[in-house]
Write a protein that binds this ligand. Structure first.
Ligand code: PMP
Length: 377
């Protein structure tokens, strides 16, 4: 039976999908979870109780009203979408990336993005049989502008993605370099502002300057990763087309209601983001003080570090019940890099202590490695 199922699946499922490995999400039960850029805080108890009442009143027996007019209006008003522009909602910005890719997937189409970047740009392209062209960042993770412009000229991509700040490097690209990319791009340029609450910089207000600029955001990092809601702001001409691809009920009624509630209490989430920004900077200082750790400046709610023997240290952290992200094999520029989400001060302290212990243990086993790490590029 399973042989038959396997054979039939091999016949039906496209080769490029069979060759892929699924997105790995490790079990975080009992761990200090600092791998996925979640906000460690919740609403305070009194607001949680009110959210509970609000959700209890939602008509879960009904489909959502698929226009989502009130939620979209609240997002536009509260989150700075310029007049004359609107948003399309996604089940997370992951879904918006899929919609964009499918919309652009005509034969011969390509997508260009600097790499390393968020993996979904490439993954969604592969799933839609669209050519993905990654342009390596400079070693300091700034945009390699000549190479990016050359790729745009050569590929004439339907879509260009720019993370602002970029994941997993955490930096903001130079605005003049972004503008040069936008001016050169023959298709759409999607500025992915998933980490905007921690960067306090945005291209949203510049939407009216460029008809082919789209700004994508998510509420995930702000504190609502579990509800799955992303939004893409663009001129109506883009949204009109993209709406045709959107599954009509892609945002469920509980998400819709919780998002409305969160927008009414945005000040709470913004205070949490401010706390996380301050804690990020404090964490960067503590990490740099460890010695042998190269810390990259971050405008996001995570810090990228380079440290000799990162893969082994990742396992050692896991044994100490701290889950971070080993990005060392994602791209050659990230060799020996770990991505550390900013948690509560207690979680950050526990993570730094675990890292320090793991490094000390590694030094006892391989005394030479640590001096090598200081020379790491
Ligand atoms: N864009 C970037 C740059 C990200 O890092 C992420 C999540 N890691 C997303 C988009 C997707 O966010 P979500 O699907 O939770 O909205």
């Amino acid at each position: 039976m399973s042989d038959f199922a396997g054979e039939r699946a091999r016949d039906v499922i496209r080769a490029e999908i069979r060759q892929m490995s699924g997105y790995q999400v490790p079990d975080a039960a009992g761990m200090i979870k600092l791998d996925a850029m979640e906000n460690p805080y919740h609403f305070p108890p009194e607001l949680r109780a009110r959210l509970g009442e609000r959700l209890a009143a939602v008509a879960i027996n009904r489909y959502p009203v698929p226009t989502y007019t009130a939620l979209k209006a609240a997002i536009c008003e509260r989150l700075g979408v310029p007049a004359g522009f609107d948003v399309i909602l996604g089940n997370g910005s992951d879904e918006l990336i899929t919609l964009l890719t499918v919309a652009a997937a005509r034969p011969g189409a390509s997508i260009v993005a600097p790499v390393p970047a968020f993996v979904m740009y490439e993954l969604s392209a592969r799933l839609a049989s669209v050519r993905f062209v990654g342009v390596a960042l400079a070693p300091d993770f700034s945009l390699d502008l000549p190479a990016t412009l050359a790729a745009i000229e050569r590929e004439r991509p339907a879509l260009v993605y720019l993370g602002y700040p970029n994941n997993p490097t955490g930096n903001l690209y130079d605005d003049a370099a972004i503008e040069a990319v936008v001016r050169a791009a023959p298709g759409a340029v999607v500025i992915d502002e998933a980490y905007q609450p921690f960067a306090q910089a945005s291209w949203m207000s510049r939407l009216p300057e460029f008809g082919h600029l789209l700004v994508m955001r998510t509420v995930s990092k702000l504190g609502l990763a579990g509800i799955r809601l992303g939004y893409l702001a663009a001129a109506p001409a883009w949204l009109e087309q993209l709406e045709k691809l959107r599954p009509p009920y892609n945002v469920n009624v509980l998400t819709e209601s919780a998002a409305m509630f969160a927008l009414e209490h945005l000040d709470v989430l913004e205070r949490q983001a401010a706390q996380l920004r301050a804690d990020r900077d404090a964490l960067a200082v503590r990490l740099a003080a460890l010695g042998g750790v190269e810390v990259f400046a971050s405008q996001a709610n995570f810090v990228l570090i380079r440290v000799a023997g990162a893969a082994a240290l990742w396992r050692a952290l896991l044994e100490r019940k701290v889950l971070v992200k080993d990005v060392g094999r994602m791209h050659p520029l990230l060799a020996d890099c770990l991505r550390l989400t900013v948690g509560t001060p207690q979680e950050n302290a526990a993570m730094v202590a675990a890292l320090e212990q793991a490094m000390a243990a590694a030094r006892r086993v391989h005394p030479i490695q640590v001096s090598d790490a200081r020379k790491a590029p």
